[in-house]
Design a protein around this ligand. Structure first.
Ligand code: NI
Length: 197
C-alpha cells in the first residue's frame, strides 16, 4: 500500500479507500461469478516483459493456474506479505503446486525495471514471474484486472504507490476463478486452490 509517512489521521484516510475497494471488489466478484450469461470479465490479454527483459504474454501461462498480484518493489507492507503468502500457499500444495504460476506485476514501471523486479521477486521465490513493461502496458493490464493505483508523493520528494491489494487466482484458460487479499493465510489460499485444481 502506501509507504508515505503521514500523520495517523491522514494514513487512515489513505488506507480507507483501498480497504473499501477490496471489500467492494470481492462482493462484485462474487456476484459476477454467479452470472450465467458469459465469462467473468476480470483479467485479459497482456504483453509485458519478465525479469530477464524477455516478452511475456498471458498466453505463456495457458495450461497453468496463475496467482496474480499487482504491486511495486518499494512497497513496505502489503506487497512483501502478499508475495510471501502466495509462495507459501504454493509450497503447501506439494506436487500440485507445479500447476500454479506465481505472477507479480509492477504498478511502478518507472522504477521497477526487469532487473529490479527479478532481484526483488527472487527473494520470495525464484520461480515468480516478475513482470514489468511500459507505463501503457502496465495501465492496460491493471485496467483489465480492475486494479486501482496512484502515485502518492512523499515529503522527501520521492513517491509511493497506493494500490488495490488483491491476489487473483486465474484458471488454466486465463479466466478468473477466485480472489484473496495479501493478508489471506497461505493455508486458506492452498485449501481453495486444492478444491479448484
Ligand atoms: Ni504494496
Amino acid at each position: 500500500m502506501s509507504d508515505t509517512e503521514p500523520t495517523g489521521r491522514r494514513r487512515l484516510l489513505l488506507l480507507a479507500p483501498a480497504g473499501v475497494l477490496a471489500v467492494g471488489f470481492a462482493g462484485t466478484a462474487g456476484w459476477l461469478l454467479t452470472r450465467r450469461d458469459g465469462p467473468v470479465p476480470i483479467g485479459g490479454p497482456f504483453e509485458l516483459v519478465d525479469g530477464d527483459g524477455r516478452p511475456v504474454t498471458d498466453r505463456n501461462f495457458r495450461g497453468k493456474w496463475m496467482l496474480v498480484y499487482f504491486g511495486f518493489t518499494h512497497c513496505p507492507d502489503a506487497c512483501p506479505l502478499g508475495l510471501q503468502n502466495m509462495a507459501a500457499a504454493r509450497d503447501l500444495l506439494g506436487p500440485a503446486g507445479d500447476q500454479v504460476a506465481l505472477v507479480f506485476i509492477t504498478l511502478d514501471p518507472e522504477r521497477d525495471t526487469p532487473e529490479v523486479m527479478r532481484d526483488y521477486a527472487s527473494a520470495f521465490d525464484t520461480s515468480v514471474a516478475a513482470l514489468t513493461g511500459s507505463p501503457e502496458q502496465v495501465a492496460k493490464v491493471a485496467k483489465e484486472y480492475r486494479v486501482y493505483y496512484a502515485k502518492a508523493p512523499m515529503k522527501d520528494g520521492g513517491y509511493s504507490v497506493d494500490h488495490t491489494s488483491i491476489v487473483y487466482a486465474m484458471d488454466p484458460q486465463g479466466r478468473f476463478a477466485a480472489n484473496f487479499t495479501h493478508e489471506t493465510p497461505p493455508e486458506q489460499i492452498a485449501a481453495r486452490l486444492q478444491k479448484l485444481i
